[in-house]
Design a protein around this ligand. Sequence first.
Ligand code: NAP
Ligand code: MG
Length: 401
Amino acid sequence: MEKIQMTMPIVEMDGDEMTHVLWDMIKEKLLAPYVDLKTEYYDLSLLNRNATADQITVDSAMAAKKYGVAVKCATITPNKQRMEEFPQLTQMWKSPNVTIRSIIGGTVFRTPILTDVIKPAIRFWKKPITVARHAYGDVYESVGFHSQEPGTCTMTFRAVSGQEQSVVVKTTNGPAIWAAEHNLDDSIREFAQACFTYALNMKQDLWFSTKDTIAKVYDGQFRRIFEEEYEKNFRTKFEQLGLKYFYTLIDDAIARCVRSEGGFIWALKNYDGDVMSDLVSTAFGSLAMMTSVLVSTDGTMEFEASHGTVTQHYYRWQKGEKTSTNPIATIFAWTGALRRRGELDKNEALSGFAARLEHACLQTINDGIMTKDLANLADPKVSVRAVNSEEFFDAIIAHMK
Ligand code: NAP
Ligand code: MG
């Protein structure tokens, strides 16, 4: 069989532990036999980040910006315990994801992978719901204090020009707690652009919800910026594809979300996104079935699994045990990157391959062959065979053939 050719490379960010073991298996067993894989390789394993004083992470992010598509393996973010485990570390290096995000910018979209045999806790859901969380400001950068005496709290903004804006927050006659939060027009606008761009790319409707009836200025500004961006830059493209941009109050959005079939992108403010992404991912099943994509305003996309390096499995694997680690999210990170590369390069063979590989994975699970983490989530009517990772790969390969 002739292998599928690639014109432009994908930036490959290799990582650590069990996900690194799966990474090699994915390339060797699922990709290399079919695709003449073209990647620009960056080893982001902890020891190589240490050896390069983390320059490798910066270089890989710059490459992602250059080529527009990257796929990342999970990596260790060192903490105190890891500093003891790896005494050669010269620093407690920052999370590579934080470094990469600060260079590429953009928004993280988390999407569950659905199969027929693993039913979401909410029985109406048939298609994935992707949560886009605005990862800047609000309560995460708020300041506050506790006051004891009766008195008045005011909030003042002093502009560089010397102009001042001031509001009375409240006059109280007893002990009280206070908080001030902020957000930036530029950050909200970037978030809006990333959400509209991603919805177009996924050919799905975009929902956005806040509490602007209550927070008229604060949440109202979020709503206005989203509307401005939609009218100015996205309405025509949405209409051409028959897609909708839909704004509603957060309470209404939650009620509609639960009753919906899924199949849309849900943009949320920082706190709402934090809470709702955990709810949505748990209701859909398992962290091992969740991918995430970092999308920047210039269209750069970096794909990865939402889970970590699965350390406990790795320790067992090191002792020679076979583990039942679920490779699906990491495989889908690869297929996401291959599909995007295919779309950018008008390489239908490559996008088609990504779709076939995803289909083979889902078929395997629907046949009842799955890793242990999924086995106890599966529909009791399905006869399940829980297998180790290698057997799972073999079953996917059988479907590919
Ligand atoms: P984790 O690697 O996601 O694993 C937590 C537990 O979830 C595992 O022990 C396992 O449970 C289950 N699990 C996760 N993924 C699985 C899979 N693919 N198949 C089967 N089970 C899976 O989180 P962690 O243990 O908190 O973190 C480990 C390392 O990953 C840390 O060093 C952390 O810094 C790093 N991390 C990296 C990223 C990233 O690069 N994006 C994200 C998160 C964490 P059982 O043991 O019960 O089977
Ligand atoms: Mg959370």
